[in-house]
Design a protein around this ligand. Structure first.
Ligand code: ADP
Ligand code: MG
Ligand code: MG
Length: 893
């Protein structure tokens, strides 16, 4: 096994082995770009070290061999007195990871070689500056000394000299600082700063290995779902110096703007500086464009290299470079992070440049980015208006969106105020399951503790609610119902605005503007800013790529004409789930009560008769809105008690009435009914098809309403395409009975209206038994729609209403699953039932139509799964339709 690769030996495909940084350094080397020579120690070596607590036996010799070769090539020896070779030791995992060890520069400097370096460079100041940097970085990251001690000493030196920037310190000052730093190391680490260059290098390499398992690194991996066993590579790279005076410097650059995607010159440059100086904000950097004036030759070369890199990687790259006395060196590149908007624009620009094709463009964006672009956002022009609103803090952007409301500090008040029509922001130190009601009632949630997997963050994302968490500057005082941020006090009732996409918190009301992307989908794209139009144009093109490629059709979950019309504008190709329970609420509740309370056949029939025309009207409107496209109507699903008054409230009312001796007959009957229908476990009780089988006339009334509505639309020259869906079927017998009754009713309606009707009859597959016997069920069903919400509940034995708030946070933190199975389909468990049911169903009935309704239909990863198992369509809420279209296209591309 080979543990060390020279930069000339690797390439960008070897990220697993060489880490991202190492693989790309090799790629640049092989492109002929000026990269300082060096080598990479593999992740395998790291894994071996971590497993056994010591370096693999062969590693030391291999490092020695590569170091020898490097020394030959450079014509210098590591740390050698009169002309030392210096190197950096740089960590570099497959994924870039904050929380891992920092890089140590200038390895090889010692009390002796610092003199040699000074002589060779003809610059004392530079040599001592490099040495103090080494001790500082080495002390902090390898020996674990508190970095502030060094910074304080540096500050003190500047103060003593009455200067403000470190470049004003002279050689003598830096020399003194080195002595000081060495003392700090001695006291804090209990050992001398190592003078042997090879020992420095070996200790640094070991420290990089160990940094893979720091708490911060582990936490980050868990949050980002990065496997814990990848290990990190270590890069040893010969030093080039940006701190050799004004004709030297260091910088970062992007091949195009990572915020907007625009081509151009983006980056920062700092003269006479080394390493992180440019991003550390210690001195003012200049925009990269100014490098043209400072050093035209290097600037032109850099521009050329950026073009080379973009054409080679066919994507936006970010870059670290250093100029040493007029000579340009490339120190790092990678495909750069970008905002969601930039991702869409860059993808289309690269297509226009002929660098990538449409299929590749689809891989450069994703549904989560599109969803992000669809959230309403704060009006940028307003947040920059001084005085009107004040930015008071910033936390973690946990769940996107822009929320405005009155500050409340407990759930009870949140619920109370929101009931009376107030918009509220729930502010807590952290949330727990007791806060659930308040979180539901609030426009947004703000906490001062906790990260992206905190209770607040997880629950808010699940609810699609705006959330900023871990805003640590906020002192939340729930007892006194206020929070303080510095001098600012925010009392209960003060208006605050939170931005879940940036984590920013404002005091005052920030105006919210709809997303231009939604305006576009809605067909209302207004003459917005130029930038908005470009974004919209990019989204438009990417969506047309996706629509051109996808096999899955996308339908909407919609219960009324308004939602149906919006869904159509968003590109829905029908309705996959129309829930009828909402049609039984509101003013109609009374009729439903009558139906439930009916003692005699006559009473029941009278109640059903009242409901029929209302139901019919709902369907006529829906079929009209979705004219020409399929509409799947699900017959009544939830348990009946959901339509009755709350048991406690009603009991109290009855008891009070009794004590006043004026009991109301109806209330008494209601109470009896509530008791009769009360179930310990309504989710597993009398609902769905079971209801249809025990309440005579209920399902047939609904079928009649659908059939009559379809007939009416046909008479009006419309094209209704109704499909009737039976929920919660567990066995084919249930379906057969309902089917027989339904067919009778449909025949009657045809007879009465003289209109020929073709109504498909199918079922949901949402119980494990249904999935397991799908082959039988397909005999009575013309279509299946997988109800993956209920299927997930029943396969896992999880009550969705309870578990997300009670123990999912713990499960996520322990890594039992990376994401809630209600959010992304559990492929191994629930998914395998779906896969088998698809096969069994099609074996019985080859033209069986297959779809999915439920939250998973709009979840990117799940959409890919449904594509793969061969469903015909996914159905999701209207707002998710563009996301589903895009992901369906990506899955097929
Ligand atoms: P990070 O992963 O934090 O970016 P790097 O390994 O890239 O860490 O190094 C930190 C800084 O030091 C960067 O600015 C980088 O350009 C600089 N640097 C690393 N190696 C060298 C080197 N051999 N010569 C000069 N500067 C270097
Ligand atoms: Mg770097
Ligand atoms: Mg269901």
């Amino acid at each position: 096994q080979k543990f060390v690769y020279d930069f000339t030996e690797g390439n960008r495909e070897l990220k697993d082995l060489l880490g991202g940084k190492g693989a790309n350094l090799a790629e640049m080397t092989n492109l002929g770009l000026p990269v300082p020579p060096g080598f990479t120690i593999t992740t395998e070596a790291c894994k071996g070290y971590l497993a056994n607590g010591e370096e693999p036996a062969a590693l030391r010799d291999e490092v020695t061999a590569h170091l020898d070769a490097l020394e030959k090539q450079m014509g210098k020896k590591l740390g050698q007195g009169n002309d030392p070779l210096l190197v950096s030791v740089r960590s570099g995992a497959k994924f870039s990871m904050p929380g891992m060890m920092d890089t140590v520069l200038n390895i090889g400097l010692s009390d002796k070689s610092v003199q040699g370096l000074a002589k060779q460079a003809g610059d004392d100041r530079f040599a001592w500056d490099s040495y103090r940097r080494l001790i500082q970085m080495f002390g902090k990251t390898v020996l674990g000394v508190d970095g502030e001690l060094f910074e304080d000493a540096l500050e003190a030196a500047k103060t003593a000299k009455k200067v403000t920037v470190d470049t004003d310190l002279e050689a003598a000052d830096l020399k003194k600082l080195v002595t000081k730093f060495k003392k700090i190391v001695k006291t804090e680490a209990g050992r001398d700063f190592p003078q042997d260059p090879r020992e420095q290098m070996d200790l640094a390499i070991e420290a990089v290995f160990n940094s893979w398992n720091t708490d911060r690194a582990k936490l980050y991996r868990r949050q980002e779902r990065i496997p814990g066993d990848l290990g990190t590579a270590v890069n040893v790279c010969s030093m080039v110096f940006g701190n050799l005076g004004p004709d030297s410097g260091t910088g970062v650059a992007f091949t195009r703007d990572p915020a907007s995607g625009q081509a151009g010159v983006y980056g920062d440059y700092l003269q006479n500086a080394q390493g992180e100086d440019v991003v550390a904000g210690i001195r003012n950097t200049v925009p990269l464009a100014e490098l043209e004036q400072i050093d035209k030759k290097s600037y032109d070369q850099l521009m050329e290299i950026m073009t080379t890199l973009e054409n080679h990687y066919k994507d936006l790259c970010d870059i670290e470079f250093t100029i040493e006395r007029g000579q340009l060196w490339m120190l790092q590149t990678r495909v750069g992070k970008r905002t969601a908007g930039a991702a869409f624009r860059i993808a289309t620009q690269l297509v226009d440049q002929g660098l990538i094709d449409e299929a590749e463009a689809l891989q450069r964006v994703n549904g989560a980015q599109l969803a992000q672009l669809m959230f309403p956002r704060f009006d940028d022009t307003a947040t920059s208006q001084e005085g009107k609103v004040e930015k008071i803090g910033r936390g973690i952007a946990a769940s996107p969106g822009a929320a405005v409301g009155k500050a409340v500090f407990d759930s009870y008040t949140a619920v109370k105020w929101s009931r009376s029509g107030e918009k509220v922001i729930l502010i807590r130190r952290e949330t727990n399951p007791d806060d659930l009601d308040g979180m539901i009632a609030a426009e947004g949630i703000l906490t001062s503790r906790g990260g992206k997997t905190s209770h607040a963050a997880v629950v808010a994302r699940g609810m699609g609610k705006t959330c900023v968490c871990g805003a640590e500057d906020l002192e939340v005082d729930t007892k006194r119902r206020r929070m303080t941020v510095g001098d600012t006090v925010v009392e209960e009732g003060d208006v605050v605005s939170i931005d879940g996409s940036t984590g920013k918190v404002y005091l005052g009301e920030v105006p919210v503007v709809p997303s231009p992307v939604v305006e576009y989908f809605e067909g209302r794209m207004h003459a917005g800013a130029e930038e908005a139009d470009e974004l919209v144009a990019a989204v438009h093109r990417i969506m047309s790529f996706a629509d051109g490629k996808r096999r899955l059709r996308v339908r909407a979950n919609a219960d009324n004409a308004e939602d149906a019309l919006r869904a159509r504008r968003f590109g829905a190709q029908g309705i996959g789930l129309c829930r009828t329970e909402h049609m039984f609420l509101g003013e109609r509740r009374e009729m439903v009560e009558k139906l439930i309370l009916a003692d005699t056949e006559n009473e029941r029939e009278a109640a059903l008769k009242d409901l029929l025309p209302l139901q019919k009207k709902d369907f006529v409107e829906l079929f009209e809105a979705m004219d020409g496209l399929p509409v799947t109507v699900r017959l009544l699903d939830p348990p009946l008690h959901e339509f009755l008054p709350d048991i406690t409230e009603l009991s109290v009312r009855v008891a009070l009435a009794e004590s006043r001796k004026d009991s109301n007959e109806n209330d008494l009957r209601l109470l009896q009914a509530v008791h009769r229908l009360h179930e310990q476990n309504p989710m597993l009780g009398l609902r769905g098809v079971r209801l249809g089988l025990v309440i005579p006339g209920l399902f047939t009334m609904q079928v009649r309403a659908i059939a009559e509505a379809a007939a009416e639309r046909k008479t009006a020259k419309g094209d209704p395409r109704a499909e009737i869906m039976i929920p919660l079927v567990g066995t084919v017998q249930e379906l057969e009975i309902v089917r027989e009754d339904a067919e009778k009713v449909i025949a009657e309606v045809q007879e009465q209206t003289g209109v020929e009707l073709k109504l498909a009859l199918g079922t949901m597959i949402e119980l494990p038994r249904a999935a397991l016997t799908a082959g039988q069920i397909a005999e009575a069903a013309e279509f299946f729609s997988f109800g993956t919400n209920d299927l997930t509940q029943t396969v896992w034995g999880f009550s969705r209403d309870d578990v997300e708030a009670s123990f999912f946070t713990a499960y996520l933190e322990k890594g039992i699953f990376g994401v809630s199975p209600f959010e992304t389909i559990d492929k191994d468990g629930v998914g395998s039932l779906v896969r088998n049911a698809v096969q069994a169903g099609r074996a019985t009935r080859p033209d069986l139509k297959l779809g999915v309704c439920g939250e998973h239909g709009g979840d990117p990863e799940s959409v890919h799964f449904f594509h793969e198992v061969g469903l015909d369509y996914v159905s999701c809420s209207p707002f998710r339709i563009p996301v589903a279209r895009l992901e369906a296209g990506r899955a097929a591309a």
